[in-house]
Each structure stands twice: as C-alpha cells, then as structure tokens.
Design a protein around this ligand. Structure first.
Ligand code: NG6
Ligand code: CA
Length: 507
C-alpha cells in the first residue's frame, strides 16, 4: 500500500508540475518558465539626489516620480558610476566600470562610438532573451567611426550595439548637431541643405555667440559660445540642416510621444525601453506650459515637466494594459549642477531648494552629490513598496537583468543584485568604485575613501567642490552624511583597509 501510495503521490506531483510549466510556456514566447515583464529604464540627466519630493525636496513637487518611489523600492545608497554623463551611460549599458575605458569621458557631439560592436550590452542580452529593444532620448556615447557624414546613414550607433530601434539626440542638448536621429538617419533632413559639424572651427559666414551676440535669447556663462540654434549658443559648430533642427521647447513632448508610440507598437511582446530624458541638463527649455511654474526658474520648471512626462508615460502603460507587466527603473546619470554654462537663473532663483539633498559636491565631483542619485524600482503588484539602504550601482543592472531573464551577463564589474532591486533582499554591494573626471574613489560599507589627487578643490565655473585634495580623505557616511569630517588621520587602520582594497580593485 505504501509503495502504491508513494507512486500515486509522485504521479500527481508530476502532473501538477507539468501543468504549471506548460501553462507558463503558453504565455511566454521564448519558452522559459521565468516571467518576462517589459523593462523600462527612465534615465534623467543631471537630476540631483535632493531634486524630488520623495527624496526630501520641500520646495518642488514631483508627484508622478513620487508615485513610483512610494509604490516601489526607493534606494538611498544608489550610485551612478560617474559624476558625468558619458561614463555613467557607458557603464549602465555595458556593465563595465567606465574608468576601465580611457575614452569614457564627456564626448563631443561628433565623437566616434564609445561602445565597441563586440561588447556585451544590456539591449543585446535582453534581445537574446526575446526582448524588443529601443532607446529614445539622449545617447551621448558617440556615433560612427570618426568623421561622420550626417547626411548618410550614421553607423555604428545604438542599432549596432544592440538596440532594435533608436530615436536619439546624438550628444547633449547643448551640443551640435541639434537634430533627432532615427535608426541612424537625421529626421527631416533636406538633402539640398546638408549638415556639417565641426568641433574645431566655425564654417565661414556662420554666426556664432561671439560674433553675433545680438542673436542670443540666452546668454552663455562659460563654454557654449559657438553656433547659435534657436537663439541659444551651443558647443560646437554646425552648418545646414535647417529643416531638421529640433525645437528645444518641444523636446520633452517629442521624446514622450515617441516613447508612448513605442509602447503601443510593442505591447504584445516583451520590450526593453531605455527612455533617456534630457532634463534638467542645460539648456533648460521648458515648454511654455511649464515655464514659470516652479518659481525656481527653468531648472525647476523642467523638473516639473519631466515629472509630468513620466506621469503621462506611466498612464500609457496603464491604458495599454501593460503596467502590471512592466518593471520600471528610474535614475539619473549624475548629480546636480546649477550654473552649467548659461545664465538661466538656476542659482538666482534657487531659494531654499537643495538639489544635493544635504550631500556634498555635485556634478563633476567625487563627493557624494556627484554620483549618489535617486534610484527607484517599480513593478505594480510585484514589488512590495519600501525603502532600501543597500549600496547599489547602475553598473549592476547588466548582471541583474541578465539573471532576471536567464541569460549570460558580463559579471566583471556588474553584480547580480536582482533580488535587492525587486525589494526581496536588503543586501547590496560590499563596496563600489565611483568616478569623476577619470579620478576614482572607493565606498566600502559606511566608509568613503578618496585618494590624493592633483587639481583644483573647486570647479570655479560651476561653483562645485570637486572632492580633490592632496591628502587622503576618509569619511564615515553613516555619521557624517555631508562629509564634513575627514577621519583619515584619526582612523589610520580603517584608511589602510580601504586603500588596500581600492588598490586591489583597481588592478
Ligand atoms: C561640459 C559642458 C556642460 C555640459 C557637460 C556635459 C562646458 C563649459 N561645459 O563640458 O555644459 O554639457 O559638458 O554634461 O562646455 S553631461 O551631463 O552630459 O556629462
Ligand atoms: Ca548628465
């Protein structure tokens, strides 16, 4: 009887297992048993740790991003890999620390592609798992192989490193060429008015901010004195392409509409969308609907605009019936800056707002405000809302999402923290390396060590402390969040421990 009973039990279990598997298989196109929700990375540009009401801002309301933070996991110790854009984006997409690649620095608008078509990337590994992949928004990782012809299909670019679709601006809103590029082709280009771009010299007869200041509707403070587009002085020289030039005040709406259309087109298959928003990077050009709304000048206004866009985007996911099947990851590429080269009232109208959220430094800085950024994971009905103090880095998304969709990921620098991202574990990294202008520092547990460097302690143009000192710096971030007390001398053994670890990690 016993054997029969056991056999019966085994039989029932097998049937049960079989049913489970086959029912799951029916729903999943690529046949694995794991869930494959859509994945959306919403990546803002220069948004600071303290720029959101859910992260403690009191002078500005960001209800739509707050809804993600309060309905998902809000990370308080999450890092961009770098205090500037290109390196952070490089790490996000490749899973490799940016300081390993010498060229991973702020790129000119005509720089060659930084990611090699042979490299592992997030969109590539998600493609392997059956995802459709797209980038909409800011690229800033270079295009082509040098000497780009903007009037032909531009490649290699996002489509050659894993994205099935791309709708991008090449670099930044303040850099030429000021045109949208769709799958390698400049949108709306009139072949009779070809585009030329140079970062070395002006094209004869073309007005610049220096030669024709009367044409400017926005004044430059430092840099940003080359070609003039829509009354705004830019970095780099551009000629032609008149019909293709973007309208700055429509950029947010434009990318949003592209993102919404993408969701509608791809809602039936698992998709990965990298929605790389341009706000609040300079030039800050809120649509008139938002101009003046924050009382903080354009910087505050474009944060409100971005928050609205995110609300609309989430609504689209909901209306299309895919919100509950979409994991949303929200973050920023580096910390905040007020005056980043234009006189746009960001400093004058700041009032009591603290974009750094009490941290020290800012964009370009090795101090915490350079790289510690808002980071939110949201998956309606799947992630239990909470706050996580785990140390995580954007470089970890690669290995984590690879594990999530069950494909091989690049694990050199990227750690699999998927259960932490899903709020199921509180465990983060033991340590992380951060970078600013190719200088690195180490966070390990509650401690942050910055090795001695040559250079200026303050970036005078932007008014931000760089974190550079000729002495070792050691901070206990738990007791001293704003990095006021350098404990390097008081805690020699702690310092030695971190220096040793740092040197080993850099090898
Ligand atoms: C700097 C620009 C700054 C901004 C930054 C890139 C000058 C003087 N400053 O070189 O305005 O464009 O590059 O920002 O040109 S990032 O967020 O894309 O890294
Ligand atoms: Ca940035």
């Amino acid at each position: 009887f016993k054997t029969n009973y056991l056999l019966l039990l085994t039989f029932l279990m097998l049937i049960n297992l079989g049913c489970k598997d086959s029912s799951k298989d029916v729903a999943k196109p690529t046949g694995t048993t794991k869930e494959k929700p859509n994945i959306v990375v919403i990546y803002m540009d220069d948004l600071g740790y303290g720029d959101l009401s859910s992260y403690g801002a009191t002078e500005i309301e960001t209800p739509n991003i707050d809804a993600l933070a309060n309905g998902g996991v809000k990370f308080t110790n999450a890092y961009a890999t770098s205090a500037t854009c290109t390196p952070s984006r490089y790490a996000l997409l490749t899973g490799e620390y940016p300081w390993r690649n010498e060229r991973a620095r702020i790129l000119a608008g005509d720089a060659p592609l930084l990611i090699s078509p042979q490299q592992q990337t997030l969109p590539k590994l998600l493609s392997k798992a059956g995802y459709q992949t797209a980038i909409i928004g800011k690229w800033h990782l270079g295009l082509g192989e040098g000497d780009v012809n903007w009037n032909d299909t531009i490649k290699p670019g996002p489509n050659e490193v894993g994205f099935d679709e791309s709708y991008i601006m090449a670099a930044t809103q303040d850099r030429v060429p000021t045109v949208y590029i769709e799958n390698g082709n400049v949108v709306g280009l009139d072949k009779n008015d070809p585009i030329q771009v140079s970062y070395k010299k002006n094209f004869e007869g073309e007005p610049t901010a220096k030669s024709n200041p009367e044409m400017l509707t926005l004044k430059w403070h430092h840099g940003h004195n080359n070609s003039i587009v829509n009354g705004m002085p830019r970095i780099g020289f551009m000629k032609g392409g008149e019909a293709a030039k973007w309208k700055d005040i429509d950029m947010a709406d434009h990318f949003l509409q592209k993102a919404q259309a993408y969701v509608k087109r791809h809602k039936k298959e698992p998709f990965f969308l990298y929605y790389a928003m341009q706000q609040p990077h300079v030039p800050r050009t809120p649509h008139p609907r938002f101009a003046g709304k924050s009382g903080m000048g354009p910087r505050g206004d474009v944060i409100l605009e971005a928050d609205w866009c995110i609300g609309e985007f989430v609504k689209t996911l909901e209306d299309e019936g895919v919100l509950e099947n979409t994991l949303i990851i929200f973050s920023s590429d580096n910390g905040p800056v007020l005056n980043d080269g234009y006189y746009d009232d960001a400093v004058e109208k700041l009032g009591d707002h603290d974009p750094k959220g009490g941290l020290r430094g800012g964009k370009y800085s090795l101090f915490e405000a350079g790289t510690r950024v808002p980071f939110i994971t949201y998956w309606k009905g799947k992630i239990t809302p909470g706050v996580s103090d785990a140390i995580v880095s954007q470089v970890d998304l690669s290995a984590s999402l690879a594990d999530f969709v069950e494909v091989e990921g690049n694990k050199t620098d990227s750690q699999n923290l998927m259960s932490t991202f899903l709020g199921k574990s509180k465990k983060g990294r033991d340590h992380v390396i951060i970078e600013a202008n190719s200088r690195t520092a180490l966070r390990s547990g509650d401690w942050l060590m910055i090795p001695p460097y040559k250079g200026n302690a303050v970036n005078q143009n932007v008014g931000i402390e760089t974190g550079i000192s000729s002495e070792y710096q050691l901070y206990n971030l738990k007791d001293d969040r704003s990095q006021q007390n350098n404990l390097a001398e008081e805690e020699p053994s702690k310092l030695e421990e971190l220096v040793n670890l740092y040197e080993n990690l850099l090898k």
